[in-house]
Design a protein around this ligand. Sequence first.
Ligand code: SME
Length: 180
Amino acid sequence: MQQSNNSSISQRLKVMVDSNRQSQNSDVKATSAVDYLLIAQQLVGLVGDERDRIANLANCTALLWQELGNVNWVGFYLLKRNRLVLGPFQGKPACSRIELGNGVCGTAAQMLKTIIVADVHQFPGHIACDDISKSEIVLPVIIEGRLVAVLDIDSPEIDRFDHQDQQGLEHVIRALTPYL
Ligand code: SME
């Protein structure tokens, strides 16, 4: 990678990390069990000059798969013609399409809000793609006020995701969206 590219990436990161620390998201701690600030930094470096949405979502799933502990599925569902369609992912094969309002993904997409499910068996309408999944977090990816995708992460552990994971993953998504 050229020197100028390195500089612009580190400049962007500095602005991003500094503003993050001063903003409402100041509870994203570099010292948390999963270092989401570092993941966001690695992701921006990994993306580099690439602007292809699928390529960048694919690398995001691979990085989260590598860095998060105790997860069995990480992937994106993309909003296409008012439905969610399976996008880049890591894990077992999954259902290809989810209607808005259905399952955890469709509900998060409809509400435009992050949903944390401590026990998927207690979530009405949960769509089971892998029997070992016990908890789940789904986050909307919004660009210029429009939903473009949701990020779905499953874990074989009950209650795997907390508020800090939510804040951290929302930070990672914010870091990625300029490149989508
Ligand atoms: N559990 C999700 C479906 C997708 S899979 O977990 C990969 C849901 O209820 O929307």
